[in-house]
Ligand binder design. Structure first.
Ligand code: IPM
Ligand code: MG
Length: 388
């Protein structure tokens, strides 16, 4: 275990440059369906992406590659979080649109293999989990930078049952791992002019690893004198997200893996639930874009597949467009999602036959994207800033 983590440190130290999508041709977008509601919602998101990138596909700049086989049945058969042939295809892509995958837990009919998400984040070194949450009418505008390859997740499947009575898990912070996520968050705060950043840890108790995360933040902050930063403990931070007076003051957050997992679910709830929030998993070589919710096996069991909400994955698709530099299309898709999902809501997906089908929402979004008045329609819903 230690050797593996030290090898990671060595690799991170060696560094690697960010890919320049401007010069890559074709950019290969892998599309992975996953389990449960995954295949159907990823079809919807793929459909919208293909429409928006039609010119690029025709010119050979972009190529889609649908990757089969990342299913719990297959993974259980080969006893791997990601089967080798699937991993090879993932690695042949530049970016990946990924439907949710089943994560087996104790007591499930599946063997206790590692989560495909967690494995993919580690395999492709997707160190930054970037999750925006916005509720303009409440003044909420948050951007979370969740560390994605370390913390309690690094060795999450390597805990030890020392005796029948003693179980031990491990958590990992490396100086390099902390630095790259914290730097990305500071860069973002600076580049956007937000110039405000909050580091979240439990460094008062988890002194060594969280303590290190905070120490690294202190060092990195010196390179960003224009960014005002503070640090909060995860418990009070979780509470303060519910405080309407305080929560609007948070803007950019950087935090270790597990705290980021929990806090972003809470945050997404203000915006309409995890079904509405997208998630970008970014590394220097690869990017993976996914919903922040799971595969919803209950919906499949109860025959509600076609009522599954594709919004979260479509939101992730807009983040992919921005990441690849197709920011005009990314912005359009974001505006259409805001209009259809938050403002106008001509139809609402509830996950049940009482609401609209995912395909109907998808059509509604497609129509909205093509509206020449899209931007004006979106602007009309923005809270008016009070005149001074
Ligand atoms: C998420 C999910 C995953 C995580 C699960 C499915 C392993 O909750 O993307 O937030 O814990 O990271
Ligand atoms: Mg989560």
């Amino acid at each position: 275990m230690l050797a593996e983590q030290l090898a990671r440190v060595k690799e991170m130290k060696a560094g690697q440059d960010w890919l320049d999508y401007g010069v890559i041709k074709p950019i290969i977008i892998g599309v992975v369906g996953g389990d449960g509601i995954g295949p159907i919602i990823s079809q919807h998101a793929h459909h919208i992406l293909a429409f928006l990138l039609d010119d690029e596909v025709k010119s050979g700049k972009v190529q889609f590659n649908v990757i089969e086989g990342l299913t719990i049945e297959n993974r259980a058969k080969v006893m791997k979080a990601i089967p080798d042939d699937v991993l090879a295809e993932l690695k042949a892509s530049h970016v990946i649109l990924k439907g949710p995958t089943t994560t087996p837990k104790k007591g499930d009919p599946w063997p206790n293999i590692e989560s495909a998400n967690v494995a993919m984040r580690k395999e492709l070194d997707l160190f930054a989990n970037v999750r925006p949450v916005k509720v303009p009418e409440q003044g909420i505008d948050w951007m979370f930078f969740r560390e994605n390859t370390e913390g309690a997740y690094a060795l999450g499947s390597n805990g030890i049952n020392v005796t029948d009575d003693l179980a031990i898990d491990f958590t990992v912070t490396t100086a390099q791992g902390a630095e790259r996520i914290i730097r990305l968050a500071f860069d973002y705060a600076k580049k956007t002019g937000i110039n405000k950043l909050t580091i979240v840890t439990k460094a008062n108790v988890v002194k060594t690893t969280d303590g290190r995360f905070l120490d690294v933040a202190r060092e990195v902050a010196k390179d960003y004198p224009e960014v005002e930063w503070d640090d909060w403990y995860i418990d009070i931070m979780t509470a303060k997200l519910v405080d309407p007076k305080r929560r609007t003051q948070f803007r950019v957050m950087a935090l270790p893996n597990l705290y980021g997992d929990i806090l972003t679910d809470e945050a997404a709830e203000f915006q309409g639930g995890v079904g509405t929030a997208g998630s970008a998993n970014i590394g220097k070589r690869y990017g993976m874009f996914e919903a922040i919710h799971g595969s919803a096996p209950r919906m499949v069991k109860e025959g509600r597949l076609e009522y599954a909400d594709p919004s979260s994955l479509i939101r992730a698709a807009s983040m992919m467009l921005n990441h690849l530099g197709f920011t005009d299309r990314g912005k359009k898709l974001e505006m259409a999602l805001d209009i259809c999902g938050n403002f106008e809501q001509k139809l609402v997906v509830t996950g049940r036959p009482t609401g609209a089908k995912g395909s109907e929402l998808c059509d509604y979004i497609m129509e909205t994207i093509q509206d020449p008045n899209l931007e004006k329609r979106w602007q009309d819903y923005q809270p008016k800033t009070k005149a001074a």
